[in-house]
Design a protein around this ligand. Sequence first.
Ligand code: ATP
Ligand code: MG
Length: 265
Amino acid sequence: MDQAENLRMLIKKTFPAVSKKTPRVIAVTSGKGGVGKTNLVIGLAAAISRFKKRVIILDADLGLANIDVALGIVPKYNLHHVIQGKKKISDIIMKIYEGVKIIPAASGIEELANLSSFQREEIIFQLNSLKEEADILLIDTPAGISNNTIDFLLASQEIIVISTSEPTAITDAYAMIKIISKKNRDIKIWIMINMANSEKEAKEIARGIILTSKRFLNVSVQSLGFLLKDRCIPEAVRKQSSFNILYPYSQASRTTTLLAKRLYA
Ligand SMILES: Nc1ncnc2c1ncn2[C@@H]1O[C@H](COP(=O)(O)OP(=O)(O)OP(=O)(O)O)[C@@H](O)[C@H]1O
Ligand SMILES: [Mg+2]
């Protein structure tokens, strides 16, 4: 059994998909960086919590974490303390607002960016202690295909791959779908187009990725939807808050509610 398989078994034991009492584990990822993963995780968490579902965000951008910065919180402890054996995950988890908690990572710590497979297993294993506390575990991963990221993706039941309309983001999203689906054909894969210029553009790109994945990989990718470019998102980042809390009537906020609904459809 290879490491990824090992980890998958562990998370299945941790969050068995068959039990209604355990969380859905959804990782948000992309091939290319800067496409909006962290903001989508924050926005989806807020939107899902409004449906009375309890969300835990795991910041799996382990070496360059920034969910805490995006939310304007300063966690006293983070996953580095867990890796050092000084704290348990249950000690570092922080409530952000009603229904949403975060497991913070740290920034600029090389050890976290390059965890051993044993350390990754330890993190996943400790998530076990939280299974009563959440309906959904949302994992924010860094872009690309480091071992850290691949293992967290393979440990999830579903992944949301984000692309923008840039050709480089599209080809990298497809590469991500190819890599993950080769390693685990059971993962449900969603595609979401961010920062689109129009609905037509977003739908065409999503359709292209879905058709190409079906034709060349024989993989079914589901469309989660799209977000248009919306100034309220960088504005909320500057103000260190979630855009759908700060600007609940913006187009991005209303669309994010639809994305959250689609996840539960
Ligand atoms: N729909 C949108 N409209 C306008 N700007 C957006 C939108 N979504 C994200 N952004 C902006 O894009 C930038 C990158 O977003 P974010 O940090 O969420 O991306 P990321 O994929 O998590 O990046 P990284 O790969 O570095 O982790 C931010 O400045 C954010 O404000
Ligand atoms: Mg990010």
